[in-house]
Design a protein around this ligand. Structure first.
Ligand SMILES: Cc1cc2nc3c(=O)[nH]c(=O)nc-3n(C[C@H](O)[C@H](O)[C@H](O)COP(=O)(O)O)c2cc1C
Length: 366
């Protein structure tokens, strides 16, 4: 999945931007509407208040695969939106269930912060039914992690070579298995790079990413999900008809090659990794991993540590088979499943990604 800020350093792009009278243009290109959910509104209904935070949860390819039913005055049913699947890179929906688990955890934390308790039932009708039902009542307790929800972002930038302190390592060890020493980190880093190259050089998986790209302010505001590329230069190239699907699919294109070099450099700039595994791989395990992922992210945010999922080697399609096996050999002994692999380190400030507003995700209010 490309970085959002620096997708292509296209030849001649700087000249084009200069010719368009750049600076005024650049200043207007923030997709404000798509980022508005990061400033949640005030709601009288505590369920809507909690859900307006839940939709800020991390999720694969920013698909936001949740749909919400509000029943009576205390119940929420969360469904998976099956129109938001990722058939190529997540054919068994494992990653989507992790994203849904993160959504549920965020809702519970945000409810607690407002003094509400949530009586939660995951998969109340089995694996093929709703993801969760939740009954809100008074008397909840605030978890300090809730205070980090609005600050949490995936940090997809190069990290410095600064190692985490012993104290930081101790704090995060309660939330994930950490790979700290270079001897263990080096083979993981090499694997993430090979896996990224496989995803990029496999047309059906690359196409899934290209189809989800939103380039420039208008496209991002119209579809605040997927892979947003808000760089004004890319918007200009898109408007000039130079960033067609064909160009984006062409791995020999100089712009794409430049992007790949940048992405490799970012993957290289990784001093540590964090990993979540489960003994089995049921839907319930995947949801629990998502809940754990959210808590890990929030604790890392509190400690000023960057996290960035790098999931390519964990993806279940034929071309990735060898790297998937290696990931499990390196990271999940005894037949366990690696649910998440994340780069971890100290990086520049991360940026917020778009979200669909709450109202667009509510399917029933009865
Ligand atoms: C299960 C899962 C897998 C993910 N895999 C990747 C990945 O391989 N590469 C990547 O750049 N981001 C990955 N992400 C991060 C998402 O892209 C990110 O959560 C989403 O775009 C929203 O951005 P935010 O986390 O900054 O709010 C993953 C997230 C989840 C939950």
């Amino acid at each position: 999945m490309p970085t959002r800020r620096k997708f292509l350093t296209i030849l001649g792009g700087g000249t084009i931007l200069a010719a368009t009278g750049a600076t005024g243009f650049v200043a207007t290109r923030t997709p404000t509407k798509a980022l508005a959910p990061w400033q949640p509104q005030t709601y009288n209904d505590p369920r809507k208040a909690a859900l307006s935070y839940a939709l800020l949860a991390p999720n694969p390819h920013n698909r936001q695969p949740w749909l919400i039913e509000l029943i009576g005055d205390d119940t929420v049913i969360i469904h998976r939106d099956e129109e938001r699947d990722l058939p190529q890179t997540d054919p068994h929906h494992r990653q989507l269930f992790i994203g849904l688990g993160a959504f549920v955890e965020t809702m519970v934390l945000a409810a607690g912060a407002q003094g509400y308790k949530v009586d939660l039932s995951l998969l109340p009708e089995g694996d093929d039914g709703p993801i969760a039902s939740a009954i809100f009542s008074g008397g909840g307790n605030a978890d300090p992690l809730a205070g980090q929800i609005l600050q949490r972002h995936s940090n997809k930038e190069p990290y410095s070579s600064q190692r985490l302190s012993d104290n930081q390592i101790a704090v995060l060890s309660d939330f994930a298995t950490l790979y700290i020493d270079e001897q263990q980190v080096a083979p993981i880093r090499a694997m993430t790079r090979r896996a990224f190259d496989i995803e990029t050089n496999t047309p059906h998986t690359l196409k899934e990413s290209v189809d989800l790209m939103r380039i420039g302010k208008a496209e991002i505001n119209a579809n605040p999900d997927g892979i947003e590329l808000s760089d004004p230069l890319l918007e200009v190239l898109r408007r000039l008809g130079m960033l067609t699907e064909e160009a984006l699919m062409d791995t020999e294109h100089p712009g794409n090659k430049a992007h790949l070099r940048e992405y490799h450099a970012m993957l290289e700039a990784t001093p540590h990794y964090a990993v979540l595994t489960t003994q089995n791989n049921t839907r319930s395990d995947q949801l629990d991993s998502g809940r754990q992922l959210m808590r890990l992210y929030l604790k890392a945010t509190e400690a000023g540590i960057g996290l960035h999922p790098v999931s390519q080697a964990l993806q279940e399609y034929a071309e990735m088979k060898e790297e998937y096996a290696l990931a499990h050999e390196l990271l999940a002994p005894k037949g366990h499943t690696v649910q998440m692999l994340l780069r971890m380190g100290i990086g520049p400030e991360p940026v917020a990604t778009p979200r669909w507003p709450l109202e667009s995700r509510i399917i029933e209010n009865t």
